[in-house]
Ligand binder design. Structure first.
Ligand SMILES: [Cu+2]
Length: 106
């Protein structure tokens, strides 16, 4: 319970942080980037099994220079299985391509 509250507080705090404008997602130079993973915390807004995607309101991801925002990610079938609308989760993201590899409820 403590963990859940801490995670919820973190998301709230992150959401309140001023957004730093930064383009995200694939760019013309994306193919030259090496694949890397990043960790994020967010709340699941919707899950679309048909398209294999998850919409999250995530906090800033410092390692990627991303501000907090709501966006839709592609997710692996395994990650989709653990995704439930309304949950606060920690997720592992692969870039470039913004593919969610894993979702862990908090
Ligand atoms: Cu985003």
């Amino acid at each position: 319970m403590k963990l859940v509250l801490a995670a919820a507080a973190a998301v709230t705090a992150l959401a309140a942080a001023p957004a730093v404008a930064q383009p995200m997602g694939a760019t013309s130079g994306a193919s030259a980037e090496a694949a890397k993973t990043a960790e994020g915390v967010g709340q699941i807004k919707s899950v679309d099994a048909k398209t294999g995607s998850v919409t999250l309101h995530h906090g800033p991801i410092a390692s990627l220079g991303w501000p907090a925002m709501t966006m839709t990610f592609k997710a692996t079938p395994e990650a989709l299985k653990t995704a439930k609308v309304g949950q606060t989760v920690k997720f592992t993201l692969q870039t470039p391509g913004n593919l969610i590899l894993a979702i862990q409820p908090q």
